[in-house]
Ligand binder design. Structure first.
Ligand code: AMP
Length: 314
């Protein structure tokens, strides 16, 4: 598969790389890590990173401004994005050829070349694997800038190597990446330092979550609460994992009210919850997934289903 991807990359002079909406470090890490690897090894090619910048990623990097005409005859690569609706932006369809590189369940096998490995901790780990193939067969070399991005993606998607998706290979890849010269400390601070107001909201979550006897929990963050703590719905992404620290917690859902919808963020320490996300039109990983609800009544149904799943798992 990696040989097919590299053969295809060699055939195109413009390559546009996309990732998913509501980006996280693995989205940016895999997208921009790949961009810098390709730019470095094919200086004559134009490599562009598409998608809207999200301010939560300011510490990490920025995408490029991509014009409509850039897509003419271009190779498009989408990383870390399970389904086409989540591709940022939708002009990804207007290129000449499409490659999907991802580690989520392959429910939507879009693209002319589909490279999906659900055993990989992150899309960034897959980009590193693509790099090793390029290194061994084409003489590719890595840059510190690319290594920093891929390392951030791995750290982000493994919750600093704590999630079960972390394998021996993940540690080995991270071990290789830290050989490059980038400021790991500054990167970690960028990823994990939180505004005081966000920590206050975290305190609210710890004070107000409800957990049943089977370890199923939820907390509702209404628009009023967001306003009270002066935090946006997007800011809350750093808080989603925190309920996992609660003893006895099996799986939890955080419901965040936005203007017209409620964002459903599901996490689990064991029971499979992406099936539940799919019931509500969402998706994701077995232990980290999400969906959108359109009323508090629907959100309550998610809570009830999560309770059933945890009860069945006990
Ligand atoms: P998040 O809670 O936003 O960090 O999302 C966790 C994971 O769930 C992501 O990696 C996505 O794969 C998936 N996900 C979140 N929201 C949705 C959605 N509305 N539709 C499909 N997948 C989603």
């Amino acid at each position: 598969m990696n040989s097919q991807i590299i053969d295809t990359i060699k055939q195109y002079s413009t390559i546009i790389i996309h990732r998913h909406v509501r980006p996280d470090p693995d989205a940016y890490g895999s997208q921009l890590g790949l961009k810098y690897i390709l730019e470095h090894n094919y200086p004559d090619k134009r490599i562009l990173a598409a998608g809207t910048h999200d301010y939560t990623m300011d510490f990490l990097d920025f995408p490029d401004l991509v014009e409509d005409q850039d897509f003419e005859g271009a190779l498009v690569i989408v990383t870390d994005t399970a389904n086409t609706e989540r591709v940022d932006d939708q002009r990804y369809k207007t290129g000449a050829k499409l490659i999907k590189i991802d580690h989520h369940p392959n429910d939507d096998a879009y693209g002319d070349i589909v490279s999906v490995d659900t055993t990989a901790s992150s899309a960034s780990e897959l980009i590193y694997e693509l790099f090793t193939y390029g290194r061994d067969h084409e003489g590719w070399t890595m840059t510190a800038k690319a290594a920093r991005l891929l390392y951030a993606g791995i750290i982000g998607d493994t919750g600093r190597f704590l999630f079960p998706s972390t394998t021996q290979k993940t540690f080995a890849v991270a071990g290789e990446l830290i050989k490059y010269d980038f400021d790991r400390n500054a990167l970690h601070n960028g990823m994990y330092e939180m505004d005081r107001k966000l920590l206050h909201l975290q305190g609210y979550m710890y004070q107000n979550f409800k957990m049943d006897e089977n370890g199923a929990a939820h907390v509702k963050i209404t628009k009023d609460i967001l306003k009270e703590f002066d935090v946006t719905a997007t800011d809350t992404s750093l808080l989603v994992g925190s309920l996992g620290n609660v003893k006895g917690m099996k799986a939890w859902v955080i419901l965040i009210e936005e203007d017209t919808e409620i964002r459903v963020r599901l996490r689990s320490k064991g029971p499979i919850i992406n099936t539940l996300a799919k019931e509500f039109g969402g998706g994701g990983h077995p232990l980290a997934s999400g969906a959108t609800a359109y009323s508090w009544q629907e959100a309550d149904q998610v809570i009830a289903r999560l309770a059933e799943i945890c009860a069945a798992a006990n």
